[in-house]
Design a protein around this ligand. Structure first.
Ligand code: ADP
Ligand code: F6P
Length: 324
């Protein structure tokens, strides 16, 4: 028989992402609606180990849905990989009467949730990352805001790039994944889109493309480069030397992780927060919430971690064709 859940905890872990607050708000309000108490754990697994745990009421999440970042704070906690640390964390949960935990984060954070489930604490993960690099879901909290922020920034760089007839390399985040680069590359009408999953390191073909476009009369050349490839500054130097065209690198960096979440991120994060709470209250454990084929679903964490995600080939081919 499923154990009765009286109190749940919620934490955010790994890189923050716009929309995390909407998810926290939904967890708090849905749990209270279900007759369950909620405790907020500050600064991810590190805060759990430090017992930075506070009671949360409905009013504590007022005026948060529109805010970027995470009201609970987040952290990376490398020692959470060790079993004795996981055991201690489970004991702390029990001491605070936390029977279930919602973990909002990425793949790494799910491994922590899986470890806690092994230690007897019911856990459910929610995908929170701007990178969209979680295989079991077509949506991750923060991606939509991040691509819109990056898209607007790239439009601005394009204005000045055209005025000066320069080539611009704009580096976007995504860790080892190219989803932000792919979406912005298409949405910004970039001339070259470099994705870590697909890049062949053939810089000469980029150079040829720039020279061809310049002859054709284009005054700008936008290259959207993914963080997973990196080296934008040295790439710019080499391209300028080879083409004779002034080339600048812009690394968008952390601005992509901040800011008020889009409507989509607020909405999906709210539904996922409620969904995670409901399955936790129903006694499920070691699960992760996803969005697939227009439905909110959940998977076993191990099964989710085994899944592979690839850049959809058709989207990649279209992105190449449209950039020419
Ligand atoms: P993300 O959750 O966005 O993938 P990280 O990979 O940095 O971000 O993971 C966030 C945190 O999750 C880590 O700092 C660590 O506390 C925990 N974590 C990561 N990997 C493991 C693991 N193998 N076992 C237990 N906990 C882990
Ligand atoms: O996972 C989100 C992300 O912003 C990645 O795009 C990036 O590689 C990483 O986090 C940066 O992490 P940190 O905050 O540790 O510099």
């Amino acid at each position: 028989m499923a154990k009765e859940i009286k109190t749940i905890g919620v934490l955010t872990s790994g890189g923050d992402a716009p929309g995390m607050n909407a998810a926290i708000r939904a967890v708090v309000r849905k749990a209270i609606g279900n007759g369950v108490k909620v405790k907020g754990i500050k600064k991810g697994y590190q805060g759990l180990l430090n017992e930075e745990i506070v009671d949360m009421e409905k009013k504590d999440v007022s005026d948060t849905i529109q805010k970027g970042g995470t009201i609970l704070g987040t952290a990376r906690c490398p020692e959470f990989k060790f079993e004795e640390v996981q055991q201690k964390a489970a004991e702390i949960c029990r001491a605070h009467e936390i029977d279930g935990l919602v973990v909002i984060g990425g793949d790494g954070s799910y491994r922590g949730a899986q470890a806690l489930a092994r230690q007897g604490i019911n856990t459910v993960g929610i995908p929170g990352t701007i990178d969209l690099d979680i295989a079991c879901t077509d949506y991750t909290i923060g991606f939509d805001t991040a691509i819109n922020t990056a898209m607007q920034a790239i439009d601005k760089v394009r204005d000045t790039s055209s005025s000066h007839e320069r080539c611009s390399i704009i580096e976007v985040m995504g860790r080892n994944a190219g989803y932000i680069a792919l979406w912005c590359g298409v949405a910004n009408g970039a001339e070259d889109i470099l994705l870590p999953e697909k890049y062949d390191f053939n810089e000469q073909s980029i150079i040829n493309n720039i020279i061809k476009n310049r002859k054709f009369g284009k005054t700008h050349h936008i290259i959207v480069n993914a963080e997973g490839i990196g080296h934008s500054t040295s790439m710019a130097r080499r391209i300028e030397a080879a083409t004779g065209i002034e080339t600048r690198a812009t690394i968008l960096g952390y601005m992509q992780r901040g800011g008020s979440p889009t409507c989509k991120d607020r909405f999906y994060a709210s539904i996922m927060g409620a969904y995670a709470t409901d399955i936790l209250c129903a006694g499920k454990s070691n699960r992760v919430v996803g969005y697939r084929n227009a439905e909110f679903v959940d998977f076993d964490i191990e099964e989710a971690l085994q899944m592979k995600k690839e850049i959809p080939e058709y989207q990649f081919q279209v992105s190449k064709l449209l950039s020419q």
